[in-house]
Design a protein around this ligand. Structure first.
Ligand SMILES: Nc1nc2c(ncn2[C@@H]2O[C@H](COP(=O)(O)OP(=O)(O)OP(=O)(O)O)[C@@H](O)[C@H]2O)c(=O)[nH]1
Ligand SMILES: [Mg+2]
Ligand SMILES: [Zn+2]
Length: 269
């Protein structure tokens, strides 16, 4: 797995054998995507994305592809459950001529997340993004076409990563980056570029735990009548009350319900 520390032996012909994988400090994973066309509705296995990562950069774009807060919320859950430092990067800020992204920046900043606005075209935000990477292992993750590889190339031109054509990401199924790779970009600073995701469901999260990973719920959830409250249909739920009082954003709560539903569909637990 990308990020694993391994011991290996090199053969004379340049091939090698890994004989030991070090213990993983953490890892991030998701449920393996459904196979298109398959009728099998069984258990979806865990797919590990990377190991021993410290910072997760959740990359999105203002347009092309359209901004998607539900995906950000899913990736935040994955990151919170793996106890990573989380950053939300909103790229292609040059395409947001109406400034419509401010609403979302305010929303995530108020929860307590660090949000970085970037543009590969104008170079806005790139210094600020770069300064977050030092002395860490950093993973860039998000939908295909949002500009993960472009951002990395702009900060570290010698990486020379492959960049997608404008037309590609509107057609489903086209990924420019096809495998995750880790690079050392500065002394003790590593980045991982990943292929864009289409579907993202966290693996191994129980219904009654999902609320813990929506971190702003914790200000209220201790006042729910039941300590196993899933903040959905239970009476005297303090989270639902907070949504009604605009103390928790309706968009976040809707993301939460959507995710809760997908957990309920699974037979795993
Ligand atoms: N207008 C604008 N276009 C951008 C920006 N960043 C990237 N792009 C364009 O977006 C397209 C996709 O960029 P990539 O860097 O390949 O996207 P990716 O996220 O690495 O995509 P995958 O490898 O498929 O996951 C390319 O045509 C880039 O030129 C930006 O800040 N503004
Ligand atoms: Mg890429
Ligand atoms: Zn509740």
């Amino acid at each position: 797995m990308v990020g694993d520390l391994v011991e290996f032996e090199l053969n004379q012909d340049g091939s090698g054998v890994i004989y030991k994988i070090g213990e993983r400090k953490n890892y991030i994973s998701r449920k393996a995507p459904r196979i298109r066309g398959a009728s099998y509705r069984g258990e979806r296995l865990e797919q590990i994305i990377a190991a021993n990562i410290e910072n997760l950069f959740i990359v999105s774009s203002t347009a092309e592809p359209i901004f998607n807060n539900k995906t950000i919320d899913r990736l935040l859950v994955i990151g919170e459950s793996a106890k990573l430092n989380l950053f939300i990067v909103i790229n292609k800020i040059d395409l947001d001529t109406e400034n419509s992204i401010e609403h979302w920046i305010k929303l995530y900043t108020e929860i307590g997340y660090k949000v970085i606005k970037t543009s590969v075209i104008s170079a806005e935000g790139l210094e600020s993004l770069k300064s977050c990477l030092s002395n860490s292992k950093n993973l860039f993750f998000g939908h295909s076409g949002v500009g993960k590889s472009s951002l990395l190339n702009k900060m570290f031109p010698w990486l020379n990563l492959k960049i997608g054509e404008i037309s590609n990401f509107t057609e489903k199924g086209t990924h420019t980056t096809v495998t995750s790779r880790m690079f050392e970009v500065e002394n003790n600073t590593y980045i991982v570029d990943t292929p864009g995701i289409r579907e993202i469901d966290p693996f191994g999260i129980r219904k009654e735990d999902l609320g813990h990973y929506f971190i702003e719920f914790s200000n209220f959830s201790s006042n729910c009548r039941f300590n196993t409250c899933t903040h959905f249909h239970e009476p005297n739920c303090a989270v639902i009350e907070a949504v009604q009082n605009n103390q928790i954003s309706i968009e976040r709560y809707e993301s939460y319900l959507r995710m809760l539903e997908t957990i309920e569909e699974d037979i795993v637990f």
